[in-house]
Write a protein that binds this ligand. Structure first.
Ligand code: ADP
Ligand code: MG
Length: 393
């Protein structure tokens, strides 16, 4: 799960990571109130979307910059009016862009130098890793590619936690001295505490800055959380912004289904991630393209299957459906009953190919046959895939 910059900054503050003062607004009426919380003077206006590269982004009406510097609060209010409701395209949004539904006003800081700092899980070592660089503010991927020696990493043993010598090592490598070193050390430790406590998957600060006064501040904040740990963080779940998510993914998650949208026209209802992958491969192999896959998991109920079918039928790109179930724990008859009920409720105008195999398959096939549903059955995966590809062609 991702959150917005303004929400990340609130968490930063809670953990003692210094950030410039700021306030968010979701309507033009709220601009005045939000700005009244900030001192008069240079103010940044920042589009809040779940994607980076906002500063260099362009709105679909031609307005340039999703992050803007303004000399006064008066100017900031005017710029915010241009951003709110407008669609911002950045290198991370794809060409359709994202509609800006929240803007964030924040004090413009005086920047002495920009750095990069992130904490994430390193899968190779199964440890949290702190990644830092003196080359902040720019694309870190480019730094990693062109000048990998400028990227510093510290691997944290989860049993011992972040050690003081590791923080000092990082500060030395980044070239901090004096009061900056002290402030940076505190900030890194606070950020690590936040990463750890909140079960974050990644915390990225780009840029982290120093000011002429010796302060070290987080000017940007990108935070994502481990979905599997959300059950123990209701206060974080409350930060979820459904405007930023695919409505079909939201519906799927409500029923504990995994739904992934793709750009083809064949919907795939499967059980298990491995079967999902091979189903997509075989559709591709026979010349088709999957529109999505919906994984009902190992032991789905009839209600989940109904929900899954409705989600698929709600996607206008879908021209045909392939149900590919290998029942191990999953009872094929539960799938069959779910399909029949869902179609009864919402109708079916698209070709449907069903391949059932495994646990209770005879009863499942009987349920489908007796339902009078117009469907094509596939005997094997290859057979089923060829049939659906032909039907949508
Ligand atoms: P993004 O990474 O999505 O482009 P950032 O928050 O990093 O968005 O903003 C882009 C750039 O704008 C930053 O690299 C920084 O130079 C500048 N900036 C952002 N926030 C502030 C701020 N509060 N004060 C001064 N400059 C800022
Ligand atoms: Mg940034």
């Amino acid at each position: 799960m991702n959150i917005h910059e303004y929400q990340a900054k609130a968490l930063f503050e809670k953990y003692g990571v210094p950030v410039p003062k700021g306030a968010a607004a979701t309507t033009p009426e709220e601009f005045t109130n939000a700005l009244s919380q900030l001192p008069e003077g240079p103010t940044m206006v920042k589009s809040q979307i779940h994607a980076g590269g906002r500063g260099k982004g362009t709105f679909t009406d031609g307005f340039k910059g999703g992050v803007k510097f303004c000399k006064t609060k008066h100017d900031a209010k005017e710029i915010a009016g241009k951003m709110l409701g407008n669609t911002l395209v950045t290198i991370q949004t794809g060409p359709v862009g994202r509609k800006v539904q929240t803007v964030y006003f924040t004090v413009a800081s005086e920047i002495k130098k920009e750095y990069y700092l992130a904490i994430l899980l390193d899968r190779a070592t199964s440890r949290p890793v702190i990644v830092a660089s003196t080359e902040g503010g720019v694309e870190i991927e480019k730094v990693a590619h062109d000048t990998p020696e400028k990227i510093h990493k510290v691997f944290v043993d989860p049993a011992y936690g972040l050690a003081d010598f590791q923080v000092r090592d990082l500060i030395f490598k980044l070239g901090f001295t004096g009061v900056e070193a002290k402030n940076a050390g505190k900030l890194i430790r606070s950020l690590y505490n936040m990463y750890w406590d909140t079960d974050a998957a990644m915390v990225e600060v780009n840029p982290l800055i120093t000011t002429p006064a010796g302060d070290v501040l987080a000017l940007d904040g990108k935070v994502s959380f481990d979905d599997n740990a959300l059950f123990r963080h209701p206060e974080i779940v409350a930060l979820r912004d459904l405007n930023e998510e695919d409505p079909k993914e939201i519906a799927a998650s409500k029923y504990s289904l995994s739904y992934i949208a793709l750009d083809g026209n064949i919907a795939c209802l499967v059980n298990g991630a491995g079967l999902a992958m091979s189903t997509m491969d075989i559709i591709k192999h026979f010349g088709g393209t999957p529109a999505n896959f919906l994984d009902v998991g190992g032991g789905a109920s009839k209600e989940q299957v109904i929900a899954a079918f409705k989600i698929i039928l709600g996607d206008p790109n879908v021209k045909g459906i392939l149900v590919n179930i290998f029942g191990g724990i999953m009872d094929c008859n539960v799938i069959a009953q779910g399909i029949v009920e869902a179609v009864k409720e919402v109708g079916l105008k698209l070709p449907l190919v069903v391949r059932l195999e495994g646990n209770n398959v005879v009863a499942g096939k009987a349920t489908l046959n007796q339902s009078g549903l117009k469907l094509v059955s596939g005997d094997t995966m290859a057979d089923a895939a060829q049939k659906i590809v032909k039907l949508v062609a």
